[in-house]
Design a protein around this ligand. Sequence first.
Ligand code: TYD
Ligand code: MG
Length: 447
Amino acid sequence: MAKNKKFFYCTKCGATYGKWQGQCSACKEWDSISEEQETHNQLGEGGAKISFVALDGKQDLPERTTTGMEEFDRVCGGGLVDSMCILVGGDPGIGKSTILLQVTSALAEKIETAYISGEESIDQIRIRAKRLHKEKSNVSLASTNSMRDIVTTLDVANPPKVVIIDSIQTLYYDGLDSAPGTVSQVRYCASELVRLAKKRNFVLIIVGHVTKEGNIAGPRVLEHMVDTVLYFEGDRGHQFRILRAVKNRFGATDEIGVFEMTDMGLSEVHNPSALFLNDRQENVHGSCVFAGMEGTRPVLMEIQALVATSSLGMPRRSVLGWESSRLSMILAVLEARCGLQFSNHDVYLNIAGGIKINEPGADLAVAAALCSALSGNSVPNDAIVFGEIGLSGEIRSVGQSENRLKEATKLGFTKAIIPHRNSETKNTIQLKTISHIIELVNLFKND
Ligand code: TYD
Ligand code: MG
């Protein structure tokens, strides 16, 4: 017998409680507990016995359906897999609906696809399709937010092969008391849709909004339910967008796809390094090219630093696209190990183009940009930099150095400032290997 039970939920970590409390005991977040209601089914007896098998055995590689958009396929691990569930998160207006409409219409050329929107009317979607010149594609379109109707439509013997739900926060199941977008609605609707996708064997792509803190709205459990979580990132002031796989049961995580927003939707960028370095000015001090890795892909990015005399008692430290604690660390190492003075200077650090860098391999490039900005001497135009910096000022090696150097050579760079431990390479690029930060600082010395 199903019975409705009220309970309390932490909207941050998903922990449940019998009564309300001000702070979540599990994740220590304040004011995150909200009242929820959920249908509980009594777990009866009579389940079938599970038969275990050996770990070693024959395995079939999943068959992939490619979408025709290479960058999208890449983040999915090489294409879509049967009954795969994908969650696409991102800020409003970043282009989630646009990319999914493009993906669906590309797929519609070979398989049956459906696009269900709870956010926009049929007219709005048609206008977008026209703009993308995809209005003739064979996509089945619907605008609804009734979970009951969606399940009735899809729980059939031959549902469409790919179903897009835009977005999970707009769906509403009338069996629950709470409003659309609440934790229990989002949780319930998502789990039912995932269950249905596995049962009826269709690919499910769910759009999820992102909260101020950058999480997909709703509890973290939403991320656990699906096979793949993709985040659509980018700065609305810039043209390019990055689709990043943060979880993928069918492929590598950290893989990125790069797109550029144009008048006719998102176009794929096959050579992101060239795009990111497009507006780079030559011989400017405070600028440095970092050879980074995004998943399996090397990407060159420009790091810019500005060091200006400060009149403030506590000088300003401003960072865009990188961790501010990591900047503080590098400044501290430069001060303590090399005697540089930043304490009476404001420091601004920016990754050009609005991209974000997550790897510590950028330390050396950041340090080079800072030294260059402070000394007024520029980093050679045709040089790339990478390496991690330790607290004692030692330069630590980074992974995939060969790939980074290869990308640099491909884009016409002829010099590389890299960790000593990465010096073994087949690449013919001119190397300057360093093992301590002081060697980098000496490169910028004014004699
Ligand atoms: P949209 O896909 O609606 O974003 P989301 O679903 O993530 O909220 O993207 C909307 C933005 O993209 C909007 O600001 C207009 C812009 N855009 C273009 O620049 N070119 C286009 O061809 C399209 C369709 C949208
Ligand atoms: Mg949208």
